[in-house]
Design a protein around this ligand. Structure first.
Ligand SMILES: Cc1cc2nc3c(=O)[nH]c(=O)nc-3n(C[C@H](O)[C@H](O)[C@H](O)COP(=O)(O)OP(=O)(O)OC[C@H]3O[C@@H](n4cnc5c(N)ncnc54)[C@H](O)[C@@H]3O)c2cc1C
Length: 369
């Protein structure tokens, strides 16, 4: 088959030729400037996300009953490793879109499901999440970041969601808010609804093109029909068994590790001094990948948090080893190895529950966890 024949092929398995081709095309794609760039143009992985939508990637995560392909957790882990090794930024954006999509699919709100899911699967609509203020962000602050007050037919929501990835490109936002009695709601709101302000993305240490920023809500009216779940305590647990720090999060760290380990492998062809480093990292990679797939398949080889801590350790060590191999050239802006080192730091702060933070610190300090 020639390139043209494969270009629009659906990716129905994580290890076929269509997946190889998708990863290649994603790796070769440039980030695109966003319309809203001011004062500097903001970049966004529009082409990479379009390629994923055309290949049916959003369908991997969704039950057959609503038009998905219902991949197993192990297949999803493999898919995420492959994609994140090709482009971490677009794959990270994908995880946030999927976090919204899967919760919409699981919601008892059939009307909302039916109106949004077909467009989200085709890429015609796009959603993202702002929920970390219910789990891993601002937990030491008494006043909820986003507060909801019950009204006759719904809620009024005020405050802000501190971290939302890709809000600038989303047609819909899935946000969480807390009522005065501590109960929480999850709701979906069009991103152009009255009272919503989407701040420009932060300039980050890495992954700036993920366009992550805050979203403000000023007297935003949410109808009962826009509520996905709640009011109840711990509303996220009611719609998802994937907790923060889960194996899907780890698979992105493992995917980035793979890029770095492959780089050391290539260098070791002509530099024998790198062989031991490459073989050792490759063995650790194989062990983590195998544990992750077993965990995804329901075999309790370790906890999600233990796996995440191991994946974090691997990605930091692998990317920095690649920098040692690339030497000063890798430290010059534009070299992929320097970028990978910056991107690896992201896993120290993204979706880290307390057990993972503790394990990260023990690893860095050099004490047993
Ligand atoms: C690039 C990026 C993209 C993200 N995308 C999303 C997304 O799309 N959707 C989403 O929902 N979330 C997202 N997140 C959020 C992420 O998962 C975490 O929730 C977030 O990184 C936690 O950091 P924080 O600064 O908000 O933590 P906080 O715990 O709020 O810490 C903030 C500051 O408070 C201080 N502090 C912390 N704990 C205490 C304490 N106990 N006592 C006193 N002071 C304290 C510290 O000085 C700290 O710097 C993203 C994060 C990043 C970095």
């Amino acid at each position: 088959m020639n390139d043209k024949d494969l270009s629009g092929q659906l990716v129905e398995s994580a290890d076929g030729v269509a997946m190889d081709r998708l990863c290649e095309r994603i790796r070769d794609s440039e980030m695109q400037p966003l319309d809203v760039g001011d004062p500097q143009p903001n970049l966004w992985p529009a082409s990479q996300l379009k390629l994923m939508a055309e290949a049916g990637v959003y369908r991997w995560f969704v039950p057959r009953s609503v038009g998905g392909w219902q991949w197993s957790s192990s297949e999803i882990v493999e898919g995420y490793i492959r994609l994140s090794s090709a482009c971490l930024t677009s794959t990270f954006v994908l995880t946030q879109q999927v976090a919204a999509l899967t919760r919409i699919c699981k919601s008892p709100n059939a009307e909302l499901r039916e109106s949004l899911v077909p467009g989200l699967l085709s890429g015609e609509l796009s959603s993202t999440v702002g929920i970390s203020h219910l789990t891993t962000s601002r937990q030491h602050v008494k006043r909820p970041a986003l507060g909801a007050v019950a009204q006759a037919d719904g809620y009024q929501v005020d405050g802000f969601s501190p971290w939302v990835t890709g809000g600038c490109a989303a047609t819909h936002l899935l946000l969480g808010a807390q009522l005065d009695d501590g109960q929480q709601i999850l709701f979906v709101v069009p991103s152009d609804a009255k009272g919503i302000t989407i701040d420009p993305g932060f300039k980050l240490v890495g992954l700036t093109a993920s366009q992550t920023g805050a979203i403000k809500c000023d007297c935003v009216r949410i109808k009962q029909s826009d509520v996905l779940a709640g009011p109840c305590e711990n509303v996220l647990a009611s719609l998802s068994r994937n907790s923060t720090g889960g194996f899907q999060t780890s698979s992105l760290a493992v995917g980035l590790s793979k890029s770095a380990i492959d780089f050391i492998g290539q260098q070791s062809f002509t530099r024998r001094d790198l062989t031991v480093t490459f073989e050792s990292l490759e063995q650790q990679y194989d062990e983590i990948e195998s544990r992750m797939k077993q965990l995804a398949a329901g075999v309790n080889v370790c906890t999600n948090e233990e796996l995440r801590a191991q994946a974090n350790s691997l990605v930091l060590r692998a990317t920095q080893s690649a920098l040692v191999a690339a030497k000063g050239s890798g430290y010059v802006e534009g070299h992929p190895v320097g970028r990978w080192c910056q991107e690896a730091l992201f896993f120290l702060v993204w979706s880290c529950p307390q057990a993972v933070l503790d394990a990260n610190l023990c690893e860095l300090v050099g004490i047993e966890s």
